[in-house]
Ligand binder design. Structure first.
Ligand SMILES: [Zn+2]
Ligand SMILES: [Zn+2]
Length: 338
């Protein structure tokens, strides 16, 4: 990856560098919405030559001496986030704030550069923390999103303190928004609305049991809540418009959870209104290290079927086309096989 350009290239095979490392042969990888920021050249300073990819499953092919939980031959899914697992933040499941934090395949945007999973072989630091074993009955496709988007969606619902019978609105029916909607359904809410203009995405929202709404036709949400608005709104876009819409949809004393990646430094925000309505505002980057094990269990039980959002399956050799399809929103989620 160079800002604005993705290419397939032969590189030197990674090696174990530390006793806590593992080497994983990638079986499946995907493109995340986060990958589109550098792809569109929206992250100036993103290191050219970055090996992208922070969602991948694979098979362990080598482990360092200090790796205790994983063995050669084991099927695993990696957390997108790499953290030490032992520091003050890690012990409190706040791994994104670990001083050793890094993100696979994302240049030096988060911590130091760690080559990512849109490749054949990956070095996985802190393997005991970063990797989760995939249960035998769970396919790689179902396990793949545990490493990022499913955990992010789950974290949104967890942080919103959602209870049974609540009404949830998700602004943005992209992969993270749909995962949040899917996770919200676990708690038996009254309704889960997905506010999304793209008809293809609306269709998938319906398939996972949510009610799609156009951003300019949100009236049914108010009708179904005696005009109160949603108890919880998940904002899964990362734009000012989406954030403003979320504030409009939430009921007094409700919660807005922002999972969309925000990059603006300032924006209009009606503080008086937020104060008068006693709104709660939370931010979620994602936390696979905290939720990975639990999510794999929910998938194993059949309570979550995240692979439903996959619309395209391509060989890694067609990575350029895959990025094009995803960036143009022709693909909702692309998985790539090396
Ligand atoms: Zn991501
Ligand atoms: Zn740590």
């Amino acid at each position: 990856m160079r800002p604005g350009q993705i290419r397939l290239k032969d590189v030197e095979a990674p090696k174990l560098l530390f006793p806590t490392d593992a080497l994983v042969k990638v079986t499946l990888t995907s493109i995340c919405g986060t990958d589109l920021h550098p792809y569109r050249g929206q992250l100036p300073g993103f290191s050219a030559g970055t090996i992208m990819g922070h969602e991948f499953t694979g098979v362990v092919v080598a482990v360092g001496d200090a790796v205790a939980k994983h063995k050669v031959g084991q099927r695993v899914v990696a957390s997108d986030l790499i953290a030490c697992g032992t520091c003050w933040y890690c012990r409190r499941s706040l791994s994104y704030h670990c001083s050793s934090v890094s993100l696979f395949g994302y240049g030096q945007v988060v911590g130091s550069y760690t080559p990512g999973g849109q490749s054949e072989l990956v070095r996985v630091p802190f393997a005991d923390t970063t990797l989760f074993s995939i249960p035998d009955t769970v396919s790689d496709e179902e396990a793949l999103f545990v490493g990022d988007i499913l955990s992010t969606g789950y974290a949104c619902i967890h942080k919103a303190s959602l209870v049974e019978g609540d009404t949830v609105a998700v602004v943005g029916g992209g992969p993270v928004g749909l995962m949040a909607a899917m996770c919200a359904r676990l708690l038996r809410p009254a309704n889960v609305y997905v506010v999304e203009p793209n008809p293809k995405r609306q269709l998938v929202a319906r398939e996972i049991g949510a009610i799609p709404l156009s951003p300019d036709e949100v009236e049914p949400l108010f009708e179904s809540t005696h005009r109160r608005g949603a108890d919880t709104v998940v904002e899964a876009v990362g734009s000012q418009e989406a954030f403003q819409l979320a504030l409009r949809l939430v009921r007094p004393a409700g919660t807005v959870v922002c999972a969309g990646a925000h990059h603006s430094r300032a924006m209009p925000f009606d503080l008086e209104d937020a104060f008068a309505r006693e709104l709660s505002l939370r931010f979620v980057v994602g936390n696979p290290l905290a939720y990975g094990k639990q999510l794999l269990q929910l998938i194993e039980q059949g309570s979550l079927k995240p692979a439903k959002i996959i619309t395209h399956r391509l060989p890694l050799a067609q990575v350029e086309q895959a990025y094009r399809l995803f960036a143009a929103q022709e693909a909702l989620k692309v998985v790539l096989t090396p």
